[in-house]
Design a protein around this ligand. Structure first.
Ligand code: FAD
Ligand code: NAI
Length: 468
């Protein structure tokens, strides 16, 4: 029921995957909805400078590498590919344009009003968008995140020497030597793009393994695979400074614990040491809100902040900074605002690294289990023994299933495989329905498919895989 004392029933700040999905769902539920976005286009980080352009370049660069001597050569196909970087970038830009335009179409279709400009609170029900005052009964903060800066290493995307992910998605030449600071998801995905296109790539990672947060076996195996692909890995090191002279960047690097200072030279540097919540210029205090020590807006189980009519979702609130997590929270928050019951099961949020092979996981790691004192059984199955992977000659990786030792309930699944990002969806469904490893093991899987490796890993939990 519309409340006519406000301009809108719901006002959403930010049109990323969290905000735009919340806006569409709220409108579908009959609420008068507006969404404020300061960017020129809708879709937030994900569509404009994140998921979509990075996946477009990962796809294009993978085709180039395949043709340049990857699987083409394995299959007796000879090709001498020539790179037109401008065309590759243009195709990426086209994909982004089609998708951001698609959200604009969906806004119109669902009668969501797009208020263009930067939003700042005046009070808990009023937001200033430029010179305009807009009031709403409920307000959702979905302002996302931006790049964490590294002291001593100044990002200058326009200068194209020391860049963040946005700059690395838009270089106009293949770097001679790209130094990636941070062996996390962005560093490995974008490092892979430029390595495939011909750059020498060095990853400097503070910790002693890449991909923090993922299962230990997966991190170890991933590190080996990236090294084999030609990325130089400086694990247990940190960059302490960088200076640019013409086309050269000189970096000072030392061991993470300190000492052993050395310098290395690069043509380009990518700073990818994480992202931080975006609350700049929001004037949260005027609405009676503040942020926690990590700069996040705290929310309760229903996505409500400490101010009852203000809600928070996506990268700006605690939890993994992932587009699908933001989207699911967007749907749930709109349903809660409409008086329904919106829930997100944060124990089953998959994460995928879109390299080749892909790396994916959901639920707990073996290390988490130890830390929590959980007794678990583990089943592992190598892609080397999967018939489809073998036929395709893409046998890198494995599937690992972690199940509760007593109940057999699946608590986590970790995969390195060419199709890991697609395979993980089955694990999510299984976990969402509370499946045991036996349930997966006794589910008929089509043959020959990569997915059979998940079935076999589930059988391995009972110690009874067939093909190993
Ligand atoms: P955002 O997408 O950050 O959107 C927030 C929007 O709010 C922005 O458009 C911003 O302009 C706007 N805004 C902020 N403040 C205001 C204000 N005061 N007024 C008006 N507008 C404002 N995640 C995945 O799941 N899969 C991937 O493959 C993936 N790849 C990525 C690759 C890269 C290079 C990067 C950087 C990120 C990637 N991510 C990926 C992460 C994903 O992009 C984020 O988790 C997701 O975009 C978060 O959605 P959000 O809606 O919370 O915020
Ligand atoms: P990240 O948190 O994944 O990785 C950052 C890495 O930098 C860590 O390994 C950390 O140990 C390291 N590090 C920190 N300080 C350092 C220093 N001074 N020197 C060297 N190494 C240092 O962050 P990243 O890669 O920037 O990505 C940010 C977020 O964006 C991710 O956490 C993820 O949520 C999201 N994202 C998701 C993608 C996907 O789902 N495929 C793709 C890209 C981004």
């Amino acid at each position: 029921m519309a409340d006519h004392s406000y301009d809108y029933d719901v006002l959403i700040i930010g049109a990323g995957p969290g905000g735009y999905v919340a806006a569409i769902r709220a409108a579908q539920l009959g609420l008068k909805t507006a969404c404020v976005e300061s960017r020129e286009t809708l879709g937030g980080t994900c569509l404009n400078v994140g998921c979509i352009p990075s996946k477009a370049l990962l796809h294009g660069s993978e085709l180039f590498e395949e043709a340049a001597g990857g699987h083409f050569a394995t299959w007796g196909i000879t090709a001498t590919p020539k790179l037109d970087l401008g065309k590759m970038m243009a195709e990426k830009t086209k994909a982004v344009g089609e998708l951001t335009g698609g959200i604009e179409f969906l806004f119109k279709k669902n009668k969501v009003t797009w208020l263009k400009g930067h939003a700042a609170f005046e009070d808990a029900h009023t937001v200033n968008v430029g010179s305009e005052k807009v009031t709403a009964k409920d307000i959702v903060i979905a302002t996302g995140s931006n790049v964490t800066p590294l002291p001593g290493v100044t990002v200058d995307n326009a200068g194209k020497r020391i860049v963040d992910s946005t700059g690395a998605l838009d270089l106009d030449e293949v770097p001679e030597h790209l130094v990636v600071i941070g062996g996390g998801v962005i560093g490995l995905e974008l490092g892979s793009v430029w390595r495939r296109l011909g750059a020498k790539v060095t990853v400097v990672e503070f910790l002693d393994q890449v991909l923090p947060g993922m299962d230990g076996d997966v991190r170890k195996e991933a590190g080996k695979i990236f090294k084999k692909q030609g990325m130089a890995m400086m694990l247990g090191h940190k960059v302490t400074g960088a200076s640019v002279k013409g086309k050269k960047v000189t970096l000072t690097i030392e061991k993470s614990a300190g000492g052993d200072e050395q310098t290395i030279e690069a043509s380009h540097v990518l700073v990818s040491i994480g992202r931080r919540p975006n609350t700049d210029g929001l004037a949260l205090d005027k609405a009676g809100l503040s942020v926690n020590k990590r700069g996040q807006i705290e929310i309760d189980h229903d996505f409500r902040t400490s101010v009852p009519n203000i809600w928070g979702i996506g990268d700006v609130v605690p939890g993994p900074m992932l587009a699908h997590k933001a989207e699911d929270e967007g749907i749930a928050v709109a349903e809660n605002i409409a008086g329904l019951t919106g829930i997100v099961n944060h124990d089953v949020i998959p994460s995928v690294v879109y390299t080749a092979p892909e790396i994916a996981g959901v639920g707990i790691t073996e290390e988490d289990a130890k830390e929590r004192g959980l007794s678990v059984k583990i089943g592992k199955f190598p892609m080397m023994a999967n018939s489809r992977a073998k036929a395709n000659r893409d046998t890198e990786g494995f599937v690992k299933v972690i199940a509760d030792a007593e109940t057999d309930r699946v608590l986590g699944v970790w995969i390195i495989a060419s199709l890991a990002g697609t395979m993980i969806a089955e694990a999510c469904i299984a976990m969402e329905f509370g499946a045991t490893s036996e349930d997966i093991a006794y589910t008929c899987h089509a043959h020959p498919t990569h997915a059979e490796a998940l079935k076999e890993a589930a059988m391995a939990v009972q110690g009874k895989p067939i093909h190993m």
